[in-house]
Ligand binder design. Sequence first.
Ligand SMILES: [Zn+2]
Length: 252
Amino acid sequence: MTAERHSHAELRFAYGTMGSGKSTLALQIYHNLAAAGLRGMLWTQLDRVDGRVSSRLGVSADAYRVEPGLNLFQSGKSYSDRNGRLDFMVCDEAQFYSPEQVEQLARVVDELDADVYCFGLLRDFRGYLFPGTARLLEMADSCDEVAVESRCWCGRKATHNARLVEGVQVYEGDLMVVDDPTQEPDSTYELRCRRHWLSGTSASRVAPSVTQPAQRAGASTPRREPDTEASETPTPATPTLSDSGEVSIASS
Ligand SMILES: [Zn+2]
């Protein structure tokens, strides 16, 4: 390549918690760009059933699967060779991509001149950045939180995903099962604010007088309560989401 042209292609990363509508957004962007006559690829991670991206709102589309070891730059290049060009890629579940695959997406932008839109979670249930997410934060031209906020049961903004095994929050375990409830029948996920993620407190374990969000300021010192009378129903009927809705599309 010689003369470098100035393109506006960008690598963009939109992140949010489970239930923040990331997959819905991914589909929306994919449909909008395709409807405008642009040529692009929709990607998702292998955990997704049937290689489709679907959202809680019932929309779905066929997607290419990001298998481990797949070279996304080469895939984009092949698509471009076959179709004359590649205008964009939409990448769902990007937290599960490897750091190398994220770097390949940067090359898709820089060398193929295609826009790449990535969607994913920031943190795993242990509270650490996913490796793919960390690389995206380091490499992307822009990083934005998706606008649809999720809330903890206490009313604060949800920033963490808690994994519960038989109703009790756990801080260790296999990462990749986060999106595959079938592999882990006893696990559920709950959105939490940092405070309640750290303390491991479910709404069902809090005395009524403390459940009011207004009560927050230092009222309860975060502390770990490893186990209590593990309630079978960790999920209150409030704005959290967990077992019910999480099935095939958990993170979106
Ligand atoms: Zn909370």
